[in-house]
Ligand binder design. Structure first.
Ligand code: ATP
Ligand code: MG
Length: 144
């Protein structure tokens, strides 16, 4: 995790490994704690924490790994999620509540309700997702 502080801007970057369930959730938890330290309102922190946690779990469960970058400014958090594949075949389907390709062993851990992407969209003030098969998926969220 790297932190670069400019005037009124704090950047936090997290590398997320595929299938690393042991450390899954740490990035969103660190970001949440930092926002608490910085005195952000609880409602905003909760939205950032949920959106980032869902993004982090999707990188662990569905991707080949990637990064989550948070740009923190007074009153606004921008989150950039980039992974290195495999990409999403049908984005419209993936965005629908209840759609999931999570395998059985992942469902047994309590994931795979098909709620992550819809949750991210509803937590974010601005939400954009792009995906290319073989290349990867990128999600941009602004939470203010
Ligand atoms: N980063 C990703 N790379 C590849 N596929 C993804 C990625 N994120 C999501 N998907 C696909 O989109 C589907 C829906 O994702 P979503 O987060 O909404 O649900 P889920 O992860 O399956 O279940 P839940 O988030 O409720 O545990 C996934 O099942 C998967 O097929
Ligand atoms: Mg998910």
């Amino acid at each position: 995790m790297a932190k670069i502080e400019q005037k009124n801007t704090l950047l936090m970057t997290f590398a997320i490994e595929q299938r690393n369930f042991k450390e899954a959730g740490e990035a969103s938890s660190k970001l949440k704690n930092r926002l608490i330290q910085l005195g952000f309102p609880g409602t905003l922190i909760r939205r950032v924490a949920i959106a980032t946690y869902e993004a982090e779990m999707n990188l662990v469960i569905h991707s080949k790994g990637g990064t989550i970058e948070a740009e923190i400014k007074p009153g606004v958090v921008k989150i950039l999620v980039v992974d290195v594949g495999p990409g999403i075949i049908d984005l419209n389907k993936a965005m629908k509540t209840g759609f999931s390709t999570a395998p059985e062993h992942v469902r047994e851990m309590g994931f795979g309700a098909g709620m992550g992407l819809p949750n991210m969209r509803s937590c974010a003030s601005e939400f954009a997702i792009t995906s290319e098969l073989g290349t990867g998926t990128t999600i941009k969220m602004v939470i203010s």
